[in-house]
Design a protein around this ligand. Structure first.
Ligand code: HEM
Length: 227
């Protein structure tokens, strides 16, 4: 079929990277916006109601499966493309490629760092919330039945310096990955324009700094002001 032929071609594989990458960029903004409710001064009530909605709404649950698929496809395809590029460059010329930013040359490495961060993150929150029998989330009741006190779970995690350090390292990796990835996704899709390309580039740089900074405020705030 033409679509399978396209998706397995060189340009098709790059399109897959771009489209899954753009989906993950949107996810990062949504996840950050919701999580920032942690700062609402009501001892975690808003955050817990938000987290309970995200965990139990069937539509969000379905999108969640799409999200896991996007992460897997993006990671596996990224590693395969990077290995292929390395092999091709080794054959084409012996000298090191000097063009492009440090981030653009280390996208696979940065991606693996982000994946390692995700293992820690999901192991700590998602896994414990859903599966770990030894780590029950204390329930709270705000008048509509019991829901998990995920706020408490987050505070316990972010009170541990090693967890906060792993978050900061992961977020620095994310910043560099987005620094190149955001703009690159638009370029691959052919969305190049004399007028709009500098705008997309500027927006990408801003996004790659503000989003990781936004995430970093939470573990740092809890470590230094709440624990
Ligand atoms: C630093 C502040 C962050 C906080 C407070 C936070 C909080 C949470 C919580 C509470 C959950 C579990 C939701 C549930 O299943 O009930 C979760 C899941 C998740 N987080 Fe984060 N997160 C943060 C940063 C990040 C970052 C930087 C990324 C990506 C690079 C990320 C990616 C994910 C993913 C993929 C899931 C699983 C999605 C799901 O199934 O619901 N998170 N996060």
């Amino acid at each position: 079929m033409w679509i399978t032929r396209f998706l397995t071609s060189s340009i098709g594989k790059k399109w897959v990277m771009s489209l899954t990458g753009l989906f993950l960029i949107v996810f990062l903004l949504v996840h950050l916006s919701g999580n920032l409710s942690i700062f609402y001064p009501d001892a975690g009530k808003t955050f817990n109601i938000y987290a309970d909605f995200m965990a139990n709404n069937p539509i969000i649950g379905t999108i969640g499966f799409g999200l896991y698929a996007m992460i897997l496809i993006h990671a596996i395809q990224g590693v395969l493309l990077s290995l292929k590029n390395k092999k091709a460059k080794g054959q084409a010329y012996a000298k090191r490629d000097t063009q492009g930013s440090w981030a653009s040359k280390n996208m696979a490495l940065l991606g693996i760092l982000i994946l390692a961060f995700l293992f820690i993150h999901m192991g700590d929150f998602w896994w414990k919330v859903k599966w770990a029998a030894d780590s029950p989330i204390v329930a709270v009741d705000y008048g509509n039945g019991e829901i998990g006190n995920l706020y408490e779970r987050v505070v316990i995690s972010f009170s541990k310096p090693w967890i906060v350090i792993s978050y900061i390292v992961g977020l620095i990796g994310l910043a560099f990955h987005l620094w190149h990835g955001f703009e690159s996704a638009f370029q691959t899709l052919g969305l190049n324009h004399k007028k709009y390309t500098p705008l997309i580039s500027g927006l990408g740089k801003l996004y790659s700094i503000l989003i990781p900074l936004g995430y970093a405020t939470m573990p740092l705030y809890i470590l230094f002001f709440k624990s």
